[in-house]
Ligand binder design. Structure first.
Ligand SMILES: [Zn+2]
Length: 166
């Protein structure tokens, strides 16, 4: 029996320094990768497929009414918050280099109901998020808000690379 708890919390921050990892899209095995998860060989050693895909693995800080915790979100749950696949998000960050710094502004203070699971693996440092429910009625996934911001910037003719006012 896994120990789970459901809590109401505020999202404080997501860590985008290392937020995804690569798997083989055919056999789902994790592919070895460098720190950025992208530049090493995309050939799967097991099934010889050359079609990797990215999955989310994100650390985030949440505040409950009693404590602040760092928890880990895997692909299915992270997709709820981001609104797109890790591949799409990765591509978006390449086109819009300010994405990483803006994600935390987009998410800042978002109210969530999360179910946390304590991993079986005792070496695992963080509780993992088994499910997530955004509570704010106007909630929209990060990619929707980010697209709106970048589209607006583009139409204003401002250079998004140097605009740090947002
Ligand atoms: Zn494979």
């Amino acid at each position: 029996m896994e120990a789970t708890e459901t809590v109401l919390c505020t999202l404080l921050a997501v860590d985008l320094t290392d937020y995804c990892y690569r798997v083989c899209s055919r056999c789902q095995r994790v592919l070895p990768s460098d720190k950025n998860g992208v530049t090493s060989s995309s050939l799967c050693q097991f099934c010889k497929s050359k079609e990797p895909k990215l999955l989310y693995r994100i650390l985030m800080s949440i505040a409950t009414d009693t404590s602040v915790k760092t928890v880990i979100c895997f692909d299915r749950v992270a997709t709820v918050l981001f609104g797109c696949s890790a591949d799409e998000f990765f591509h978006f960050t390449k086109l819009n280099p300010l994405t990483a710094s803006m994600v935390n502004q987009v998410f800042d203070g978002e109210m969530l109901r999360v179910t946390l699971t304590r991993p079986h693996n005792r070496n695992a440092q963080h509780m993992r998020v088994a499910s997530i429910v955004p509570l704010r009625s106007g909630f929209q996934p990060a990619i929707v808000t980010l697209r709106e911001i970048f589209t607006k910037n583009a139409s204003l003719g401002s250079c998004s690379i140097t605009n740090h006012n947002l």
